[in-house]
Design a protein. Sequence first.
Lengths: 346, 346
Amino acid sequence: MMNPQETEISTLGEFGLIDRLTKGIELKNASSLKGVGDDCAVLNYGEKQTLVTTDLLLEGIHFDLTYTPLKHLGYKAAVVNFSDVYAMNGVPRQLTVSIGVSKRFTVEHIEELYAGIRLACEIYGVDLVGGDTSASVTGLIISVTCIGEGDKDKLVYRNGARDTDLICVSGDLGAAYMGLQLLERERTVSKESKDDFHPAFEGREYILERQLKPEARRDVIEELAQAGIKPTAMMDVSDGLSSELMHICKQSNVGCRIYEERIPIDYQTAVMAEEFNMNLVTAALNGGEDYELLFTVPLTEHEKVASMKSVKIIGRITKPELGYCMETRDGAELELRAQGWQAFTH
Amino acid sequence: MMNPQETEISTLGEFGLIDRLTKGIELKNASSLKGVGDDCAVLNYGEKQTLVTTDLLLEGIHFDLTYTPLKHLGYKAAVVNFSDVYAMNGVPRQLTVSIGVSKRFTVEHIEELYAGIRLACEIYGVDLVGGDTSASVTGLIISVTCIGEGDKDKLVYRNGARDTDLICVSGDLGAAYMGLQLLERERTVSKESKDDFHPAFEGREYILERQLKPEARRDVIEELAQAGIKPTAMMDVSDGLSSELMHICKQSNVGCRIYEERIPIDYQTAVMAEEFNMNLVTAALNGGEDYELLFTVPLTEHEKVASMKSVKIIGRITKPELGYCMETRDGAELELRAQGWQAFTH
């Protein structure tokens, strides 16, 4: 992995590496008073409320560097945290990033990773304000914490869904999961074949991008605000629609009924599922990593939500005794199950 | 490592494990509006300024579980972040903790770790408000982010030291480093001997505690406030006095002169250094992990600072052209060097 033109991390040392990675970072948000370079970052939120979310990404568990470019990985690590802040109806403002790197990584590798993080920060208007770098005996470790702000009366929690509310989801589901399946297959094929291997990625750019370079739905949050809609409950879809919907229902003490035919699925996702002989709806319900917004709104907002292009109404909230249910295309009722995140059992 | 009465993490799954670890957590700070259980924690700092600090601790780099009890490790992981907030003259208020655990850890192990984190939170009045748990292929990974608050006009940065300021340090230095040396030696001895091994820890409790269960100097911050002293610059000593003092001098564009004979060193530290045939002053200057406070105050505060029991004046700030210098006991001048953190080169 080490290229002779690249720089061993030991030639810079910790402080040199941090200097190089954080050079030229300018703070853009008025709430960022002090960034990298002291014991803490200093933020000022005046009368706003402060949001904090954090994520730990581990090589071999959350990402595989054989098919994940480091720049994409950095971009994704930042964006998935922004997504958590938007899912509260907030605005991400600051980011801290700590990384652990083993000897097989050079300074240029870490710069690539940081280039992705900094690009995400630029696009979403977030300030990188701190973090640290450390050696690791085992591979790449990325820990990201995002701080955001929100108006007291506009934050949306998971526990506000009420009977008869509409269940909405943005974008489409299952694509990131099918992108991962494709990447895994091509990796296996590339190991078996020798010289002339060309991964079969043509016409599958969408699902690959959904896996490798997801975006957070800032646009949906802005659209909801413009339409004057405040969701009653909201989450981002990171573990899969089923799991997230059950979180909202449990915390709100309600049931739900969604309709299979209304679950938004992209054409490429469907083609890929068929090629892999996988159940398409299972992929959409349990695939995860979609980073779409799942939210509920009062029935009275039906017209407004129905006119939003990037949002689809997929069902409604029910009384708790009706459970968590999906009506299939042929009219049968299925109980939703949270597959969620099962890495401990694999 | 697995005990038959203990519980495999896979039997609980991610959400079950989080539920178990966060059960009974009560929020104590008015600024903690919402803790674990949504996309973000929600904090409210009104007119205060918000401090954020983060740390990533990796098995095999930052800790060794052969001699670090998990509860102590959790306690230390939290406290070192509190220390960063105090070093800004702030008060820590909230903590998020993400952990990655490999299969050799059971639920009970992680509960031990959390017991230490929660004990630290209780003692320092900090709310645990979020985080996540994840599988790891490689060992234990702990990522901690602490959020604190401070009054706008009371925060202390690293860049405020001025010529003629007094350089002060709390407690004593080098003990945590000597504790680590002792633990490393006993581990080596225990591997070589067979059955009847008893580590030689008697009379060395202080240096062991400094390594395994450090405290943050909240008391010094409170004492300074009571005495009406606002330091001109401040840091906590995590990488060693030399390195931290040079950070302050560089950021403040000043030089410094400290006196070897004034560096506070505990008796046990000195005995241990002699036993190991190590240079005592080097241990105190470069040992690290002391978590004492290093700060500068105007010369006019001399009397007040001199009367503080847990603080020692070790030198003074000079003009930048005088460099970073230590006067030894025999009157010679040594240039300070930042040994700092060198894990990348080992």
